[in-house]
Design a protein around this ligand. Structure first.
Ligand SMILES: [Zn+2]
Length: 404
């Protein structure tokens, strides 16, 4: 009972029998008899010598793992040469179909854990890990030269090699380039010395260690302080003031204010009536907290204006930042005094953010995805494998995994 059936990855085969063996579906298949050209003398022949049965693992079909019994034909040429027929679904010496290999390859990158992928594809975790490692070996190209604009940021990877890792991305295309095992100055410096000859601009958070490493390795690159990071200092200052003030309040207000702390952060235009009521209540309870809040609002105004000004009006942006410092000095709140010292130390780098209109906000997205991967896989103890997982995930982002 030969019949043609559309099976993904087995389009050209003749299914001669289909049966259930334990929990698997077994397909008995063969190729059509067709003239083949002899690999040795190129004569066309369709003389069959013999058959071999090859057992191949294939994808799930109807929610069951499937296995293929392939009746593989061997032709014989008049010159005496014996050779196997061509087929599209299995490569020589493989135990898995080509379609299975393709599906596993993508799933080993995109799947939550190797164990999960192994269960779906009816194999062991160690097989999936081996496939993944082979893939990483062949697909992750070694960095030879970093581009002109790079962005660096740390994330908490908790691997054996260190608690924090450093991700390096292309600041223009926003593609991850590499991951360093730790964020130590000497690691960064060594890496940049090796690959950074063309680097002109580095986007980073306000870490003195990063800055020192970059300067030591690259001389005088343009350093751009990341917006997300320097704005955060202002929010931290406001938090500091709120905590200090609320500590002097009665139990109820102290606990409630702590719970409602987001109302101080949120864009004031976007507060609900209830949130605004709480905000007004707390601001009315302390003149200093009110001033701190107004400083945060003032800084946000500057930030919006600075983005608007862009490179053309960078001098105005600088002047407005300096008036902000003056305002802070006049009002004289310790938490804010400390912050403007930091901002002053990084003023050139902060202004560069608007002069070059660059930020590494996109790295935040990459690092969030990394956190999800880490959680799903219960941590990646091996730095090499985690690095591969991150780099391959981004490389394969645009490829879906509907197969299997
Ligand atoms: Zn021949």
């Amino acid at each position: 009972m030969n019949f043609n059936m559309f099976l993904p990855g087995l389009e050209d085969v003749l299914v001669t029998k289909m049966e259930k063996i334990e929990d698997r579906i077994a397909f008995h298949v063969e190729m059509k008899l067709t003239p083949h050209s002899c690999p040795s003398c190129l004569t066309i022949t369709n003389k069959v010598h013999d058959y071999r049965i090859q057992k191949i693992k294939h994808l799930k079909i109807f929610e069951r793992l499937s296995v293929i019994f392939y009746r593989k034909r061997r032709y014989v040429c008049s010159c005496g040469k014996k050779f196997f027929e061509k087929n599209s679904f299995i490569q020589r010496y493989q135990r898995f179909s080509s379609e299975w290999n393709r599906a596993v390859k993508i799933r080993s990158i995109k799947g939550k854990t190797f164990k999960e992928t192994a269960d779906i594809y009816g194999t062991s975790s160690s097989t999936i890990v081996r496939r993944f490692d082979e893939l990483a070996e062949s697909e992750i190209t070694e960095v030879r030269e970093l581009p002109k604009v790079i962005a660096i940021d740390e994330y908490k990877g908790d691997t054996r090699e260190g608690k924090y890792q450093l991700i390096i991305a292309d600041g223009v295309t926003k593609e991850p380039i590499d991951i360093l095992p730790n964020r130590y100055k000497k690691t960064i410096k060594h890496y940049l010395q090796k690959y950074g000859a063309k680097v002109e601009v580095v986007i980073m958070d306000m870490s003195p260690a990063f800055k020192a490493a970059v300067i030591a390795a690259l001389g005088k690159p343009v350093i751009v302080a990341d917006r997300f990071h320097f704005v955060r200092y202002i929010y931290w200052a406001l938090d500091g003031v709120r905590r200090r003030i609320q500590a002097t309040w009665n139990d109820y207000d102290r606990k409630k204010c702590k719970k409602m702390r987001y109302v101080f952060h949120r864009n004031s235009q976007k507060l609900t009536d209830e949130d605004r009521w709480y905000l007004n209540r707390y601001l009315s309870m302390s003149a200093e907290l009110k001033q701190a809040y107004e400083l945060k609002e003032k800084f946000n105004e500057w930030f919006v204006q600075a983005k608007d000004n862009g490179p053309e009006k960078i001098l105005q942006t600088k002047e407005l930042l300096q008036s902000f410092y003056q305002l802070v000095t006049q009002i004289n709140i310790p938490e804010f005094n400390r912050v403007i010292k930091t901002l002053q130390n990084w003023q050139i780098e902060i202004l560069n953010s608007f002069a070059y209109n660059l930020s590494n906000g996109f790295l935040e997205g990459i690092n969030n995805l990394t956190k999800v991967m880490k959680r799903n896989a219960f941590g990646f103890r091996s730095f090499i494998r985690f690095r591969a997982k991150i780099l391959l995930t981004h490389k394969y982002k645009k490829i879906g995994y509907h197969v299997g």
